[in-house]
Structure formats: C-alpha cells, structure tokens
Design a protein around this ligand. Sequence first.
Ligand SMILES: *Cc1c(COP(=O)(O)O)cnc(C)c1O
Length: 805
Amino acid sequence: MLISEVASILSAEFINPSHDFEVDTLVYDSRKASNSTRELFIALPGTHHNGHDYIPSLYQLGIRSFLISKRINPGDYPEAAFLLVSDTLVALQNLATYHRKQFDLPVVGITGSNGKTIVKEWLATILEQQWNVVKSPKSYNSQLGVPMSVWNLEKTHQVAVFEAGVSRTGEMEALERIIQPTLGIFTNIGNAHASGFESPEAKIAEKALLFAHCEKLICRLDHTSIVRQLGNLKATLITWGISQPEASINIVPSGSYFNFHYQGQQSTFSIPFSNPFDLENIFHTITAALVLGESNTHIQQAVNKLKPVPMRLELKRGNNNTHILDDSYNNDFMGLSIALDYLRQQPQKQRKTVILSDMLQSGKDPKVLYSGINALLEKHSIDHLIGIGPDIVQNQAAFSMPFEGYLSTHDFLRSAPAFTNETILVKGARDFELERVVHFLEEKNHGTILEVNYEAITHNLKVYRQQLKPQVKLMVMVKAFAYGVGVEEIAHLLQYHKVDYLGVAYLDEAVTLRRKGITLPIMIMNVDWSSFDLLETFHLEPEIYSLSMLRYFLEVTDNPPPVHLKIETGMNRLGFRSEDLDALMTILHQNPQLKVSGIFTHFSSSDAADEDDFTRKQAATFNQAYEKLAEALGYSPIKHALNSAGIMRWPAFQFDMVRLGIGLYGFDSSGTTNQLKSISTLKTKISQIKPVKEGDSIGYSRMGRADREGSIAIIAIGYADGYSRLFGNGNAYVMVNGQKAPTIGNICMDMTMIDVTGLDAREGDEVIIFGAQPNIRELAQWAQTIPYEILTNVSQRVKRVFVSE
Ligand SMILES: *Cc1c(COP(=O)(O)O)cnc(C)c1O
C-alpha cells in the first residue's frame, strides 16, 4: 500500500508527500525494525518509552515511513515520509479495520477469561490441514495486538482465527470493528473480581460485544450467565454440553471416546486429554470445527497431534558453546517470524543457524512461500540454513544463504553435523519430530533442570517500572548468576528491554557479561584491588568505598573509569563514613580527571515498617553527604539508594536511579504487591521406585524409617544441586503428578528419597522441587532462611532452560 493511500484512509496529514513509499509491514517496537523502506513505523506513546523518541535512530537505520502524533521537523529527515494523526493507536486500528473490509472469508473471533489462545491454536491446527489459515500470533489479543494480527490477512487466506481480550468496559467495540467475526466462541468467564468492570455481568456484556454482528456463536450450556447474555444477540446460539440432550451439541462420553450429537449426526472422537480445563477447550475447538464443516477425519488427525502447551520457545545451552532455541512443535510463517524476533532478543552468539522443516501449509504456492521465508531469514541475518524435508530441499534455490538439505530428520541425525559457537533455532512441523534434533544438540543433563519463564521476568520488570517516576533510571542487580537464575540469558533479556545499568558483586561476573556481548553500563560492588586495570579494558564502573581504596585506585589507573561512591549511612557494610567526607572532597578536587558517575547508599531495612524511622535517618544522612559531594564536584552524579523493597515502599527516595534485585526474580520482600509472578521451577525426575516394608530403614545413618508397608521413590537431586540437607526427613515435600510427597531419610549428595506410598507415581515421572507449589517462600520457611538463599543455592550443575510462551 502506498503511503498516500494510508494517508487518505486515515485522513492523516502527509508531511513530505514527495516520498510516497510502498509499505507492507507495520512495526511499533523499535527493536524489531529492520532497514527496509517497506516498513511503516507507528510511534506509540508508552508509559516508559515513547515511540517518537526512536525516530532519529530508526531514520539512521533506514526506516522511511512514520505514523506519528507529535509534529516533527521534516528538515531533520529529508528522505522520510510522515503521517501525522491525533492518536496513533486509533489510526492503527482504523487502518486494520479498513484492511479487514477488503476480505470476505469466515472469521472466527474468540474471547473469554481463559483458554482463548489455546482454542485459537488448536482450531488453527485442525483447519490448517485443508485451508490456508491466518491466526493471531501468540496471544496478540489487545488493543494493539488485534490490529497487528488482522493486518496479516492476505488474499490467499481462506479462514481466519483471531482472539480478543479486554480489561475494562469500553474496549471491545474497537476490537469488534477490526475483527468483524462471523463465528464467535465465548470460552468462559473467570469469577475473579476484575477492577475494570462494575460487576461480573458487566464483564460478560462487554466481552459479548465482540459478537455484535456474528452469524453463529458457540458457548458451553453450563455457563448459564454467558448463555443468558448471548441469547440477547441476533446470532444463532450453538451450545454444547456433556450428557445434556438440551444442548445444541450433546457430547456423550463412552470409554475413552466422546460422541458428539449434532444436527441428527453422530461424530466420534478420541481425545488425548483428561483434565477438565483441557476438555473444555477441546470441546469448544471441535464444536467450532464441526460448525465450520470440517470432516471428522481431519478433526481426529489434528486432535491426535495437539499438545496442552503449544507455542513454547525454549532456550537451552547446547554442546560446543552453542545455544539452542527450541521451537520444535509447530511451523508456520508467523511463528517463524516470532521465533526469529526472539533470536534477536537473545543474541547469544554472533553466528546464527536455522534448522527448518518443510512448512506444511496448504494453499500457498511453494515458490512464493519459500522466497518469503528467505526474505525473513535475510532480514534477520541468518548465516546458515539447514532444511529438513522433501519440499524445502526441492525449493532450495529460493535461499540466498548457505543451505544444507536433508530429506528427513533421520537423515539429519545419521549424518550428525557438528555445530560450534552459534545460536541454533530449531523450528519444525510436528510431523518431523525435531525434538529429536534438539535432544541431539543440547547439553546433556542428569534430569534436573531449573526452568525459567521469560514472560514472568518481563512482567515483573514492568511491575517495577510502573512504580518509577518519569526519568528515574533502573539498575538491575544480576550478581550471583542473576540470583542463581542464569546471568548470561537474563542480562541479554535486560539489555533487550533497555534497562539503564546492571549491577554485579565481583569483577569476573562483569567480565563474563562483556565477553557475552553485554554493552550496558555495569557497576561492580566489590572489585579486587589487584585488578583495577581490567576496569578500563572492559568499561566497568567500580564502587569505591574508602579513602584508601580511592587513593590506590587513582595511583594505579592512568585513565580512571567512572566510579560510584558508596556512602555509609547505617548499614555498616562497605562505604565512606561521614568523618571521611572532607578528605574525600579534597581528593576529588585534586583529581578532576576522575568522573563520578554515581553516589549511592543502601538501606538496611527498607522492607521493615518498624524500622521506618531508621530508614528516614539513613536517607537524611545520605542527602547531606550527596549535597556536599555534588557541590565539591560541580555536577550531579546519579543518586541512588533503593532496592526492590524500597521501590515499593519509599517512592520519595527514588532519586535518580533505583537498584532492582529480588523483585525481578519474583519476590516482593516488602509485602506490598501481589502482582509479581514466580519465574522459576526446579524440576527433577524419579530414577527408581522401590517397595519398602514396615520398619525398613532408608538412606544414610538409617534416619528414614518406613512406618508401614509402602513405596519410596529415589529422585535425581541432592544437596550438591542446592537441595539443602535441612529438607530431609519429612521437613519438605515435593510434587509428583500434582500430589504431595514428603522427603524420607537424609538428603544425599546427588539423590533424595521421597515417600510415594499410595500415590500415582512411575519411574521417569517429573518431580517439582519448587515452583508454583511448593513455592520458594515455603522452602525458605522450612530451612529457616529467606527466599534469596533458596534461589541462589541452586547449583551451577543444574541445567537452566529458558521458556517463552
Ligand atoms: C543486592 C543489592 C540490591 C538489590 O537488593 P534486593 O533486595 O534483591 O532488591 C541493591 N543494592 C545493593 C547494593 C545490593 O547489594
């Protein structure tokens, strides 16, 4: 579409109309922009990053078309076209609405409290067998996500599946206009009180607005308040129920099968799930497929392949210094694009390889499909492509980067190619079983992993950012392997999210980060005096905490790097005391070559209400010291004091920067928010199950005793993995298949015994050590310590897997 057309659709003011570019890609995240003139950048105002701030750098990069709401000086951008509107988000929505109107096809719109994304993914998997389907990427269902999804509609698509989510009254109308669904699915309604709505009824009424112009609507008969609301709409209501003949579709279980009775016909399906949530989602999905006229055979074939957790990207360490990005469960064009964006977010290694299977997508000319893929791979600077499958091999001429082809996964594994120092994206259709490729490439582990959820970390980061006043900078503490989580990956994530500083305890931690490509400023709290020269080499900023340290530092560095002065105000750890300040000022005076980038202190009790007077006293002492030093320096270094608990409890002391630690990793030690998400799950496996008789002793020193006939399981974790001996002898429980199992006997170095008498447990089953349940807080209580110690104790031999949903 030409920019001039966009201008007339949006009634926008066209600045620089002599540059009328053809655009086809919309970008609102500056980090995802490339140098293509076909991209239209939409400058959205955000709470912390305003899209308009990135225009100069994007122009440098090569972006030439911008949708803006703040007037710019066109003289600064002689080659670019600008469209000026009053609200860029509304303009984006209007553009998507216009785009949607160009197509006449069945469009499924999904809303509800839970299950939207999974029903969308599953339904698309069924429909993809026969049709060319477009769907919302990931869970793009917001005011921004919906227009971005609908923009992907193309002429070749035959059916669309989009999801829509709202958080307050008044939002759905716009989403309805953009999606214009013809068939609706209302999954369910949560009973949690939602602050954006007056009442549960208001919440249902708002969501139901998505279906204002639908022809048909699907919901579950048991959700009576939804049925009542939907009854007011024009659309034909299709309800389903389990053994409920009064439902439009009566689903009758029969052994491991389910018979669907619909319009006088019976269809029988075998379903690979049993928990009620999965069942509700699959019943919505199958109902929609039947209503759309899909054949029973197609439905059953697709259902056999479904997994309860779709769309999971996992980052793992591989052999020979590689990182594996595992996305081996589905393969479509949008999904590839998302995975490639993610690869950019984790630039672990310079060299990037993609292992890609055939894209089993009907309806698209293979030439067009594979040249589109090539363009995408080129845009992301992929160095090397490995294709698996007859189609991709046959179309290898479409690729401009070095290509290696294999007709099957088996062929690939048999030739066992080697990889070194690269990041490898593995992406394939389920039929190709590329999980075998991932298994071949990944670092072997002994069954114990710490699974870390990227979205949860990003969410927690956002929670803290929302606490910050404008202009307050954010340092994130990544000391001790990022609180035990995995420093390299966390640092890359933080760099991607543009935090201002990283903080570490020791020099080697900082040097590792630099070697792994981290360019953010880094403060080091406790540098060994013998290594000051390395600070310059790696552009690192030390904490200076005493007069003798400062003197020595100035003596041995020719070109001293900027420093942070630590002021002692009551913690009685490192820091200059009030008595030192005059001497300190003199030294600063005599050494104008020394740049002080920060002055800081640390509160001993920012989380404790009964010590608030002490915290105020610390802040007052700090203020005085800062004033003195800033005056002596003649400029104002970054002033910082707060840790995570302080950010929540002491907005008045945010100063110029805060230092976030444990909060990012999911714990609010201040007790003021319940918005944080738990970010990590420590998991292991059952190695063996053993029957025991009453009176048998278990483990070292015979500390465990079977008090009845039963069975124990031996699990692959011990104190060398960070599972403290304090957890032994029933002081802790773990979860096996959703059931609590207490420890029995002493914890060993590499193994632990648990009591699984009467539980559903088999050898090889997964065991949760901590996560949602039991959580780290519970473990901390059992071991009479704090969550910090539980987290940082997980030893480095435990493999970290980073998951993105
Ligand atoms: C570790 C640390 C922090 C972060 O503390 P949390 O309680 O984890 O938020 C902040 N400042 C300094 C100086 C630290 O050592």
